[in-house]
Design a binder for this molecule. Structure first.
Ligand code: ADP
Length: 189
């Protein structure tokens, strides 16, 4: 199965993504992890991306689309995958649609993790990652609202969107996620 996982920074996507890929045996495609690895390896793409990441801005669509296009061609993606952190803009979603149409492998579902903004700010400020200063957090939340939230409508129109409450215990949220995906996954497992 092929799933897109959407949620604002601080929503707890990473934790849930880990459990979902173990449960459903999917590849975990986290663009944040890929970009941080490229940055730490000091590749040209990574060093360029680091400039955007450190300010809370999104890296250019062409950069991330090229990374994902290559990753989707790798053999472990044949068993299905969870896209975590991609797409983040309408242009990226359109590029993904094009790639998947060409491969004949459409998405099964788009899962949205919903958390109110004041709670996000509290969680991010407490996390202490190097890119978690208040100004950068504000930038990342603003980028989510402006550039990523329009995807909810985009996928809702296509009948793919499943939204769940991202507040509560990790187990509770995981149960909501599997329940939301169940109907769709049942058809494809
Ligand atoms: P967060 O911790 O905000 O959920 P991630 O760990 O997914 O974010 O990504 C960290 C940073 O990497 C983002 O703030 C952004 O600069 C960059 N990034 C990750 N995925 C994308 C994407 N699909 N498009 C553009 N930039 C991205």
């Amino acid at each position: 199965m092929r799933i897109v996982f959407i949620g604002p920074p601080g929503a707890g996507k990473g934790t849930q993504a880990q459990r979902l890929v173990e449960t459903y045996q999917m590849a975990h495609l986290s663009t944040g992890d890929m970009l941080r690895a490229a940055r730490d390896a000091k590749t040209e793409v990574g060093l360029n991306a680091a400039k955007y990441m450190s300010s809370g801005a999104l890296v250019p669509d062409a950069v991330i689309v090229a990374i994902i296009a290559e990753r989707l061609g790798q053999s472990d993606c044949r068993k299905g995958y969870l896209l975590d952190g991609f797409p983040r803009t309408i242009a990226q979603a359109e590029a993904l649609d094009e790639m998947l149409t060409e491969k004949g492998t459409p998405l099964d579902a788009v899962l949205e993790l919903q958390v109110p903004e004041d709670e996000l700010f509290r969680r991010l400020a407490g996390r202490g990652r190097a890119d978690d200063t208040p100004e950068v957090i504000r930038q990342r939340l603003a980028a989510y609202r402006k550039q990523t939230e329009p995807l909810l409508d985009y996928y809702s129109r296509r009948g793919l969107l499943k939204s769940i409450d991202g507040q509560g215990a990790v187990d509770e949220i995981f149960d909501r996620a599997t329940a939301a995906l169940e109907g769709d996954l049942g058809k494809h497992v």
